[in-house]
Design a protein around this ligand. Structure first.
Ligand code: PAF
Length: 282
């Protein structure tokens, strides 16, 4: 297997992308923060089905972490990630340093609108601005035709879709279904933080989402009661707090009204680890 080309600078990345473009090849980008798992490799496979060349990026983006969050302890394992990408047949890794992404004097950011206000936006007010800014920069650096994002971060996916339309970024956004463990826990790089007891409790999130999906469909008038029961069930399974458990409009993330396309989203704390998940009604 040929070694995976690794680009550390915008100039090196651009040189390769420009050469592929001159050959008429279509390019896909899979933005990640590394600590890759099977869910990320699904994104690579989907990208390969949409384009001739696939670049993955690994950048643990400081602007989407608040000072009290887990930026320092976020898992970093670039050598293992490079092996996984190479085995998956990825065509290149873009792994810029913080200095390359945010050189001295950096002073411009993107502020997403209403789709970013509620849920994650309410609990992590810095988060979507940081994501929108770095994703825009990654798009302008890599100039992809297509970019693939996981449905696991459902609100992030909607924020990015809205931003691409609003700013005419000209990148096709493709959504990848959430990859799960056999017991239903959504794969996440943060699952590595869980103790054995926490890991055993974690699948309740998906169980509650699945039950609520049936209830929202069959008894929408009883929504508030079902939500309250869902929160109690998550807490009795061992979670320490539930930031939100809500049914929302699937695209705008505004509060759900009967007839809207629906998505149920949850964020909850197991010890020091915050897990998020979501599901549709089908
Ligand atoms: O979903 C992630 O891993 C990150 O939020 C992203 C999209 C790579 C931006 O840093």
């Amino acid at each position: 297997m040929p070694p995976l080309p690794v680009f550390r600078t915008k100039a090196d990345l651009r040189q390769q992308v420009t050469a592929w473009r001159q050959d008429g090849q279509k390019i896909a980008l899979v933005p990640t923060m590394g600590a890759l798992h099977a869910g990320h490799l699904d994104l690579i496979r989907i990208a390969q089905s949409k384009a001739d060349r696939v670049i993955a990026s690994i950048f643990v983006n400081p602007t989407q972490f608040a000072p009290h969050e887990d930026l320092d302890r976020y898992p970093r394992q670039e050598a293992a990630d490079r092996d996984a990408l190479s085995t998956a047949g990825c065509d290149g890794l873009y792994a810029p340093t913080t200095h390359v992404m945010y050189p001295a004097g950096f002073d411009t950011s993107i502020t997403p609108g209403r789709v970013a206000e509620r849920l994650e936006g309410a609990f992590r007010p810095h988060f979507f601005g940081g994501v929108a800014t770095v994703v825009t920069k990654l798009f302008l650096q890599a100039l992809p035709d297509v970019a693939v994002f996981g449905e696991k971060d459902w609100q992030q996916l909607q924020v990015i879709k809205r931003m691409v339309i609003d700013l005419d970024l000209g990148v096709d956004i493709v959504a990848a279904p959430t990859r799960r463990e056999v017991d239903g826990l959504a794969l996440s790089s943060r699952n590595a933080y869980l103790s054995d007891a926490e890991r055993a409790a974690a699948p309740v999130l998906k169980q509650v989402l699945d039950d609520l999906a049936l209830k929202v469909r069959d008894e929408p008038a009883q929504l508030a009661m079902h939500m309250e029961a869902g929160i109690k069930r998550i807490l009795s399974a061992g979670f320490r707090a539930v930031d939100y458990l809500e049914v929302c409009h699937a695209e705008t993330l505004s509060p759900w009204q009967a007839g809207d396309p629906a998505r149920i989203l949850v964020a909850a704390w197991l010890g020091q680890t915050r897990l998020i998940d979501n599901c549709g009604l089908d």
